[in-house]
Write a protein that binds this ligand. Structure first.
Ligand code: ATP
Ligand code: MG
Length: 366
């Protein structure tokens, strides 16, 4: 039996409320699952900590994140807390944490659960695809150093390396192997999303992608330009399974994906490397909702489910994989039932009501 060490970073704004609701459901799943042990340690980090102490991510907190089996983060950053040069603390802290953990692939599942509000009139055979975003380079590579700012011209640099692209592409194919394929016909498929017709760097991304695809002949591969993909994801999202793309394209299409399936309050994410996993909701700190017990904690709960699934996969632990599936099912059950839901998805319930409802639903998923 494995004891997992988990670092929890509740963060700022609605982060601590979403984390506390998620702890309620994690405590329940641990209580109901013989053989699942999580040693969770909570740390302060982020904008409020910076305001109080001048530090966003103290060395000992970073060290515990690196030493842990996984990190679960809620949301970080407050728009009015800035470094002396005027920049927000969140991007710098997150880029530092990502680089320290070497989490090269960001995973954003876009899944329409029954009962979740959807902007599409026709949802066809269902929506269930995953965006894999290269997480350490691309147009974000010059962040914190490589950008040039003059009086008349400012430039950023888009960096695509063979190593960075190979590992994110390989990650995408391995994930496709574990999934059920695209909703329209069950075909397992990885689609490279790029702009290879315009940018040399992205033509290289595509070339490396197809080199990796040759090592996974049992999974179909394809490439689509990012502008066309924005259209397809709104018109026929059920034709996609796993999408892999450069950092900035992934940032944008992930929000489009979240919008398709009920909004930011339902969107989980994971950032995964060869050794580390960092999991967090795709929303930010929504400061205007903070402290009111109204935020939707489901994205954080679904991120915790992704964390359990990843831990189970990494450690060959069917107990953790099963617990992940039951946690996801419990969230889905509460969504489908519709009697307990937060305002962002059309209800009037509080964050803690959702925590209690999901915890109760866990009891029914054994
Ligand atoms: P960031 O720059 O950190 O990504 P953002 O400006 O994109 O932040 P978010 O904090 O992600 O903004 O949220 C945008 C809006 O979406 C919020 O103001 C809020 O209305 C809504 N929202 C986001 N997350 C939630 C949630 N968990 N529950 C309810 N509403 C949410
Ligand atoms: Mg945002």
């Amino acid at each position: 039996m494995k004891d997992y060490r988990i670092a929890l970073l509740p963060g700022d704004g609605i982060g601590p409320e979403c984390m506390s609701a998620t702890r309620t459901v994690l405590d329940r799943i641990i209580a109901e699952t013989p053989g699942l042990n999580l040693q969770m340690t909570s740390h302060r980090a982020g904008a409020e900590l910076y305001r109080d102490t001048g530090e966003t991510l103290p060395d000992e907190v970073l060290a515990d994140c690196v030493a842990s089996d996984a990190v679960l983060l809620s949301a970080i950053g407050l728009p009015d807390v800035r470094y002396p040069d005027g920049t927000e603390v969140q991007p710098t802290m997150m880029v530092g944490l990502r680089r320290a953990l070497d989490v090269h692939s960001a995973v954003r599942p876009v899944k329409l659960y029954p009962g979740a509000p959807c902007v599409l009139r026709d949802t066809g055979p269902g929506i269930d695809f995953v965006i894999i975003r290269e997480n350490l380079e691309g147009l974000f590579a010059s962040f914190g150093g490589g950008a040039k700012v003059g009086n008349e011209v400012a430039t950023d640099t888009l960096v695509v390396t063979r190593r960075g692209t190979s590992r994110v592409a390989d990650f995408a194919f391995r994930l496709a192997q574990r999934r059920n394929g695209r909703p329209s016909d069950g075909k397992k498929m990885v689609t490279c999303v790029d702009k290879a017709n315009v940018f040399r760097s992205l033509a290289f991304f595509r070339e490396v992608f197809f080199d990796v695809a040759k090592k996974h002949p049992d999974i179909s591969s394809d490439a689509v330009y990012v502008d066309a993909m924005s259209l397809y994801l709104v018109q026929n999202p059920w034709d996609f399974d796993v999408l892999v793309m450069e950092n900035q394209f992934g940032d944008i299409l992930s929000d489009l994906g979240a919008g398709l399936v009920g909004g930011l309050g339902l969107g989980p994410s994971g950032e995964i490397g060869d050794e580390h996993g960092l999991f967090q909701p795709s929303h930010g700190t929504a400061p205007q909702l903070a402290g009111k017990n109204v935020a939707n904690p489901m994205a954080t709960m679904l991120s915790a489910a992704m964390m359990l699934d990843w831990l189970g996969d990494q450690h060959n632990d069917p107990v953790a994989i099963d617990a992940a599936a039951r946690l996801e099912m419990a969230v889905a059950k509460v969504l489908e039932d519709a009697s307990v839901r937060t305002r962002d998805i059309g209800g009037t319930s509080s964050t803690s009501d959702v925590a209690d409802a999901v915890a109760d639903a866990i009891g029914c998923t054994k």
